[in-house]
Design a protein around this ligand. Structure first.
Ligand SMILES: [Cu+2]
Length: 422
């Protein structure tokens, strides 16, 4: 209510000023003064006001980033983020120089050269050298900015070294699923036709193909039984629909049988290297962890529409496009715990956000990310159930089995590291 009153007062005050101005114009006309004859004093005041407004304007734009520094992102938490920030600051410095130089000149000269009787503006229509200068300098600055940007982009999108850890980031409306490659360190093949409640990413393994075929077989039998049972009762168009449904299931089943053949052929040709043999130990999870100071490649996929995987603290973002795999590779450098100290916020968590308006719950498509020491990360991944054992993992594992498993894995790991070091 108060706001409304204040607003009304401002509007009324504005109208009053307009009216007064009009009255003074009319009075001047009655006195026989010509409208364009503005006294020098008024022009001088306008000129000085130009300086005052210019100063307020520049002070305001300097104050804003200083005042709101606390809501800016904390320091970059990945190697790639450091490159991005350096480029970003370089761009801001360039912009700042141009902004202050042009605005100071604009307000200073507007205030200085107010109209005085008997003074005429200097007619200066053309100067080739000057035009060349103000075309060439911005062009050169832009070339520098673009080349700098491209070189950073090339560094960020360069293929990672062979053997880099791959982690899948899978988007769908409206959540994220993460897949780790498991013991064999390779992500297995996927196929959208295998997606069901039990296999959200459509991982292809002998078992998942079998399960899906059995499911479709059951669907087919049920649909066929329905058709027979309802043949006498339903009208012709309903029966046609049921028949169409049956042939749809048949086509689906055929597709998966083709996939099975393809898988068998690939295994026969490539043996143990076949991508169809790497899915069983993959670990699908709704939690996102990454190890500190380890190069990771994120393989990004989408099930439905275009999403965008955005890790603001890592300064990393990449579209998730249905039908293709996009990639980001980065080295997280600051653990979640250290970042909590840096930001002085014990609640701090890195976050994976969707940065493409992808539908009604887009705002809520997010997932926390934990960056931890490689040892802790290793223990965490060992405890994740594998794709093949996910059903068993629903039952709580006896505590000592888990402990022995972790110990065995950790031991195996330290032996391999030792071997590498020798
Ligand atoms: Cu999304």
């Amino acid at each position: 209510m108060t706001t409304l009153l204040i607003f009304a007062v401002i509007v009324l005050a504005f109208l009053v000023v307009m009216r007064l101005h009009r009255v003074s114009d009319l009075a001047a006309a009655l006195r026989g003064e010509r409208e364009e004859l503005i006294p020098e004093k008024d022009n001088r005041t306008s000129g000085r006001l130009m300086w005052v407004i210019g100063a307020i304007y520049l002070v305001f734009f300097t104050w804003v980033p200083i005042h709101f520094k606390s809501v800016f992102l904390p320091p970059p938490a990945s190697t790639q983020g450091v490159w991005i920030d350096a480029m970003y600051h370089f761009n801001w410095i360039m912009l700042g120089i141009v902004f202050y130089a042009t605005n100071i000149a604009l307000f200073y000269f507007s205030g200085k050269y107010f109209h005085r009787p008997g003074k005429k503006a200097f007619w200066y229509p053309h100067n080739n050298r000057l035009e060349l200068l103000w075309t060439a300098i911005p062009a050169m600055v832009l070339i520098v900015v673009i080349i700098y940007g491209l070189s950073v982009w090339n560094k960020i999108t360069a293929a990672p070294a062979p053997g880099t850890m791959a982690v899948e980031v899978y988007a769908k409306q409206f959540d994220w699923t993460i897949r780790y490659p498991g013991k064999d360190k390779q992500l297995g093949a996927t196929d959208f036709r295998l997606i069901n409640g039990d296999n959200p990413l459509g991982i292809v393994t002998g078992n998942s193909v079998k399960t899906r075929l059995a499911e479709l077989q059951a669907d087919l039998e049920k649909a066929e039984a329905d058709l027979v049972a309802q043949a006498e009762v339903q009208p012709q168009d309903q029966l046609a629909k049921m028949e169409e449904h049956i042939s749809h299931i048949r086509r689906q089943r055929e597709g998966i049988m083709n996939l099975e053949t393809l898988m068998k052929e690939d295994i026969a040709v490539n043996g143990g290297n076949s991508t169809y043999l790497h899915g069983a130990d993959d670990q699908v999870t709704k939690e996102f962890h990454l190890p500190q100071n380890v190069d990771v490649e994120l393989l990004i996929r989408s099930q439905d529409v275009i999403h965008s995987a955005y890790l603001p603290h890592m300064r990393a973002q990449m579209n998730a496009v249905p039908g293709m795999v996009t990639r980001i590779h980065l080295v997280p450098t600051i653990t979640t715990d250290s970042m909590r100290e840096v930001t002085n916020n014990p609640e701090f968590d890195y976050i994976l956000l969707c940065n493409k308006v992808c539908g009604i719950s887009h705002y809520n498509m997010q997932m926390p990310l934990t960056v931890e020491k490689p040892g802790a990360f290793k223990v965490w991944t060992i405890l994740l159930p594998t794709f093949e054992n996910r059903a068993k993992a629903d039952e709580p594992a006896p505590a000592d089995t888990v402990k022995t498993q972790v110990a065995a894995e950790a031991k195996a790991d330290s032996t391999t590291t030792e071997m590498k070091q020798h």
